[in-house]
Design a protein around this ligand. Structure first.
Ligand code: GLC
Ligand code: CA
Length: 549
């Protein structure tokens, strides 16, 4: 068992965390000023989303210079200071790394544009037009074709994401060598690991064939997700960088089946430490489509989570556990009730997550029950993915009102709101104009939450502490108790020494359930619970953790 398997990771989206100089954008010195807060929470690692030089078309996931910190966030010296200060507090730093694509402003791409025989041309994926059209029918994850025509070269380049994010050609050995060199540069700074952005997309099918469009998922991804050489490339990265530096690594692996996730994360294969997968956060995609008003059934959610728990556990894989991040709406708005039962909801989701096997992640603000933005106009959005989706919806005949409702529910901008620190203007995030407008008059902030008696922050602390001390939570087996229960999610974790039972009422109504004898309460999200004669009455959004030794 590795030490990090008992720890909790905290994800920081620097742009929205803490501004220190009044320009409205969060920065490195802002993060440093909040390290004591994070230490108090008890987390062991921080994942920082990208802070490299970038034009910011995809908020830093479009890297123009891999070797420099973007001045908007600070300087390299400030970054080194952050690293030292975190280490002094016993906190590790994981950097986000984007190697599937670069920004079109990257020097490599600028060179590539100059001519077909420029040495950098082959750093990217180019194809000649086919009958005057795109080389194939693949769709960009941010809407529209995945190909962009460059008239000067009479060629198209591939961009699976924004048009300003050309995909790198990993078949080119020189690309791999450049990437490994760059990863080593950051390793030598003393960081502790990487979160690897869309890493399962780096190896494309050589022939780039058309996809079938039989379902919304047959949009090209069949030919680049978990592609032919991806495991080789990752093993090479492990040997060159991750292994020698004893790194903690997590791969972002969308559209990935369990059998593949096992390959990425089983330690014997020497690829990654753990996997982010997304099946559970697609549970409210109506007909497989993201940009719809969605509802979910608890039994679908528990079936997906349970399958991953059981199969990853049995085959030596390791899950990264999460409900939301900078690409997802806030979990309490999505899966539970962010109104009347906001505190209970935040605690319930935390308990369900921390009881599962894997490494739990907290996205900034989850620990104070932050909720969706509920923007009412498209002009309030900044994110390209959301804006493109809005226009695509309108074009397909959806009304403006309906499109806004869909964005309120599904847009990732919801979780990018500035962190709410206190009750001053802009919640103490900035003294200037915040880059993204905060929500109006919300009485949740670090300051107000910490004043409450049984607060969400302390609930997370308790769970983090428990993860460090209860071995059964790390390596105990998992069992779903009732796969037909559409209101209460009950599961057990067990080893030969004992059992943990988690019961979570995902409804706004009271639910009665049976409990076997011999269990004692160790944590609950209401102040007192009733456990009589083998029956428990769970109030709205009540969740409890019990132990039997
Ligand atoms: C990942 C990132 C997301 C970004 C995309 C393209 O999914 O998490 O924010 O837009 O990759 O780099
Ligand atoms: Ca700033």
């Amino acid at each position: 068992m590795k030490e990090w398997q008992k720890e909790t990771v905290y994800q920081i989206y620097p742009r929205s965390f803490q501004d220190s100089n009044g320009d409205g954008i969060g920065d490195i010195n802002g993060i440093i000023s909040r390290l004591d807060y994070l230490q108090k929470l008890g987390i062991g690692l921080i994942w920082l989303t990208p802070m490299y030089v970038s034009p910011g078309n995809d908020n830093g996931y479009d890297i123009a210079d891999y070797y420099q910190i973007d001045p908007v966030f600070g300087t390299m010296a400030e970054f080194e200071n952050l690293l030292n200060q975190a280490h002094e507090r016993g906190i590790k730093i994981i950097m986000d790394m984007v190697v599937n694509h670069t920004s079109d402003q990257n020097r490599w791409f600028q060179e590539a544009l100059k001519s077909k025989d420029n040495p950098y041309h082959d750093y990217y994926i180019w194809r000649d037009p086919v009958d005057g059209h795109e080389p194939n029918n693949w769709v960009s994850k941010f809407s529209g074709s995945a190909w962009k025509y460059v008239p000067e070269l009479d060629q198209y380049y591939l961009h699976l994401y924004d048009v300003t994010q050309p995909d790198l050609n990993w078949r080119n050995e020189k690309v791999r060598a450049e990437i490994f060199k760059m990863l080593k540069f950051w390793a030598n700074k003393g960081i502790d690991g990487f979160r690897l952005d869309v890493i399962n997309n780096i190896s494309k099918d050589k022939n780039l064939p058309n996809d079938t469009f039989k379902t919304p998922l047959d949009d090209g991804r069949n030919f680049y997700t978990n592609g032919p050489h991806v495991h080789e490339y990752l093993h090479e990265m492990y040997e060159e960088v991750f292994g020698p530096n004893n790194f903690v690594t997590v791969g972002e692996l969308s559209s990935t089946p369990i059998s593949e996730a096992v390959k990425y994360t089983n330690p014997k294969r020497q690829e990654l430490s753990m996997a982010f997968t997304f099946h559970h956060v697609k549970v409210d995609y109506t007909g497989g489509k993201k940009w719809t008003l969605g509802h979910y059934k608890l039994t679908d959610l528990t079936r997906i989570l349970s399958e991953w728990q059981v199969k990853m556990g049995a085959q030596g894989g390791w899950n990264a556990l999460f409900w939301d991040n900078h690409d997802q709406p806030r979990a309490i708005s999505r899966f539970t009730d962010d109104g009347k039962y906001r505190d209970q909801s935040a605690k319930l989701l935390a308990m369900v997550e921390f009881g599962l096997q894997g490494t739990p992640y907290i996205y900034q603000g989850d620990e104070i029950a932050m909720k969706n933005a509920y923007f009412t106009d498209i002009s309030q959005y900044n994110d390209h993915e959301s804006i493109n989706a809005y226009h695509a919806l309108i074009k397909s005949g959806v009304s403006k009102d309906e499109a806004i409702k869909i964005l309120q529910q599904k847009s990732r901008e919801n979780s990018r709101l500035p962190m709410q620190w206190d009750s001053s203007k802009n919640y103490g995030f900035t003294t200037g104009q915040p880059w993204l407008k905060p929500i109006h008059h919300d009485d949740y902030s670090v300051e107000t939450v910490l004043k409450k008696k049984s607060n969400v922050f302390n609930f997370y602390r308790a769970l983090i502490f428990m993860r460090k001390n209860k071995q059964v939570l790390t390596d105990g087996a998992y069992k779903l108790l009732d796969s037909h229960d559409n209101s209460v999610y009950s599961y057990e974790r067990f080893d030969d020494k004992g059992k943990i039972l988690v019961m979570a009422n995902f409804t706004g109504e009271t639910q009665e359930r049976k409990v076997a004898d011999g269990f004692n309460l160790i944590l609950g999200n209401y102040d007192n619970i009733e456990l009589n004669n083998g029956t428990v009455t769970l109030r709205p959004y009540e969740s409890i953790m019990l132990e039997n030794k």
